[in-house]
Design a protein around this ligand. Structure first.
Ligand SMILES: *[C@@H]1O[C@H](CO)[C@@H](O)[C@H](O)[C@H]1NC(C)=O
Ligand SMILES: *[C@@H]1O[C@H](CO)[C@@H](O)[C@H](O)[C@H]1NC(C)=O
Length: 582
């Protein structure tokens, strides 16, 4: 069964689909250099050669995409429509990248990075960002703010995935990567019908649920100092996307936020789904307007100007990233982590610091350090995730390490789960140096309740650490909402508070590391973490979390370079010794 999962992942990835961002990662953590790994590597290489051979032999995009569609059907993965459509949309871009001389033997090595698939060009692995020439200042343990110090509330909204074609009563179990549309086919059983407020069975959100969420936020969190918004606004129908629809969705959602929060600054970042073909973010040296990402970066610049100062324009138009001061002493750095995404075909063309984004980050942090500012980094894809390129992740972690005293916190989305990641020192291996907070999705896709987060941040005062002091996750119970009369608005409620419900004194890196160690050994605590991770979705709770599942959740926390699985292997050993029954 597992091999099919991977084949599925592969074809879908190669044809541009990544609705389940974790599918490949989950697999890769389980299977490393096994026989199956070799099979999947061979299979990947055969698919890539077929596509490239097609280009050489003058096959059309239709013909090559049809080949992928047929392979999908034969393997009983997705239907022809989904695979053909997704491949066909991406094929001109793939053909163009091929024409630029991409190294074929590297592609599967990158795509299956934890599967040891190999690289024909080892140069791919041998690059690094020039480190700061200023020596790292001595490390001081961040002190907690004195009682009564001012704090800021920050709202974090991620992975909205609005589906403009969502239709209540349509088929929610259609077998496509996205259901709950008029086009999702016949309903065979009443229980298959899509709910009024959304559906956890592979569907994105209807507008009304997004409006309900935002309206509730505006009431509940009118005191928010600012909002961070970590991308993925569009639906998972990768076989039928187009630029105009993506731009319409960006505009409608930005306008909605502005209506409900007219006075509150919003700091956005681009998700992998905002582009078309999905996941494609070309480096700036690609000037051909049919294939570069200027259409999206220019529009992002226009849209984000609702909140951002004029001086961010040049870097947004160059590479979809920017920095701005949120408060005197607190700087926001919004990264475009789609440049590390292994499903972004452009990373096969250029993986070495695309758009010089890491060099830029290094410089911004150096300037911030000199100016005595603290920095919050935000982006869509968490570095170190299984789908973020290993060398990029490693170089990112080095920069975080150098500037651990300047980077007060990091914020991401993309995984749809409520979780976090710890960065550790490279010398004192057990010393936690930084924390990335990963917010849950608003979308229900898949098997999730809709949710979002708020943070309490050390506020404006002399010597503020701007550290995250606490966070809360808010959800609504979709089962209850859909069972009610549609005229009744869903109830949004606070699911948990990190400090209170995890018994933490603070959320500093050292404390989050101690918390992680408790998660490894304390079954009852882990159960609570697991329930929050899936936002208490009924199906997930019924399923429970076995050893493999627990390993996956814990590995995520301590992995900041996908190829360095050492901490993850320790978890496996430790869990096994505690639970021989696993
Ligand atoms: C419809 O679904 C229910 C609940 O899953 C099941 O008990 C029933 O047998 C199904 N009916 C048909 C006709 O498949
Ligand atoms: C959601 O509602 C269902 C049905 O009433 C209930 O079984 C479940 O415990 C609720 N979950 C949460 C998180 O409130």
């Amino acid at each position: 069964m597992k091999i099919y999962l991977l084949v599925f992942g592969l074809i879908i990835c190669l044809s541009g689909f990544s609705a389940a961002p974790m599918a490949l990662t989950e697999y890769s953590l389980v299977e490393t250099k096994t026989e199956k790994g070799l099979v999947s590597c061979a299979l990947c290489n055969s698919i890539i050669s077929d596509i490239f051979l097609g280009f050489e032999n003058g096959q059309t995009d239709e013909e090559i995409s049809a080949g992928i569609g047929q392979r999908c059907e034969t393997l009983n993965l997705y239907n022809y429509k989904v695979c053909y459509g997704t491949a066909f949309i991406a094929m001109p871009t793939i053909r163009y990248i091929y024409s630029l001389g991409v190294v074929e033997g590297n592609i599967c090595g990158m795509l299956l990075q934890t599967g040891n698939c190999g690289f024909s060009d080892p140069g791919l692995l041998e690059w690094s960002v020039t480190p700061s020439s200023i020596p790292k200042p001595p490390i001081t343990e961040p002190a907690l703010p004195p009682d009564g110090s001012p704090t800021l509330k920050v709202l974090h909204l991620s992975d909205i995935h609005w589906d403009p074609e969502y239709l209540e009563g349509s088929n929610a179990v259609c077998g496509d990567p996205l259901c709950c549309r008029a086009s999702s086919g016949e309903i065979v059983n009443d229980t298959d019908a899509a709910g009024y407020w959304g559906d956890r069975r592979g569907c994105d959100l209807p507008w009304r649920t997004i409006e309900s969420a935002v309206s509730h936020m505006a009431q509940q969190h009118s005191d928010a100092a600012y909002i961070i918004w970590t991308g993925d606004l569009t639906p998972h129908d990768t076989w039928s996307t187009d630029k105009d629809e993506n731009l319409m969705i960006i505009d409608r959602l930005m306008t909605l936020m502005q209506q409900y929060f007219p006075e509150v600054p919003l700091y956005p970042t681009l998700g992998n789904h905002e582009s078309h073909p999905v996941n494609t973010f070309a480096p700036p040296e690609i000037t051909d307007v049919d294939f570069n990402t200027a259409w999206l970066y220019d529009e992002a610049d226009r849209q984000w100007a609702r909140w951002l100062p004029a001086e961010v324009s040049s870097t947004i138009r160059y590479g979809g990233f920017y920095t701005a001061l949120a408060q005197p002493g607190l700087r926001i750095v919004s990264m475009n982590m789609n440049y590390c995404y292994i499903f972004n075909y452009w990373t096969y063309y250029k993986s070495q610091d695309p758009a010089s984004i890491l060099t830029w980050l290094n410089q911004v942090l150096e300037d911030a350090e000199l100016a005595g500012e603290k920095v919050h980094i935000l982006s869509h894809i968490p570095p170190g995730n299984g789908d973020c390129w290993t060398i990029f992740s490693r170089e990112f972690a080095k920069i975080i390490n150098r500037f651990e005293s300047t980077v007060a916190a990091q914020f991401y989305g993309h995984t749809h789960n409520d979780e976090y990641k710890i960065f550790y020192d490279f010398v004192e291996l057990d010393r936690a140096v930084n924390v990335a907070f990963v917010a849950p999705s608003l979308t229900t896709s898949s098997d999730l309740n809709p949710g979002y987060r708020t943070y309490t941040i050390d506020g404006p005062r002399p010597g503020s650490t701007w550290a995250v002091l606490d966070h809360s996750t808010w959800i609504m119970n979709l089962t209850v909402a859909n069972a009610q009369d549609p005229s009744i608005n869903p109830v949004w409620f606070e699911l948990y508070q990190a400090k209170r419900d995890y018994a933490l004194t603070d959320l500093n890196p050292r404390s989050m590391d101690v918390f992680y160690q408790r998660l490894v050994t304390d079954d009852a605590l882990f159960q609570i973490y697991f329930e929050h991770y899936y936002k208490m979705a009924d199906e997930r709770l019924e399923e429970g979390c076995d050893a493999e599942c627990r390993t996956k959740l814990l590995c995520f926390i301590v992995t900041t370079d996908p190829l360095d699985q050492s901490r993850c292997q320790n978890i496996r050993r430790q869990l096994l010794s505690q639970h021989p029954e696993f």
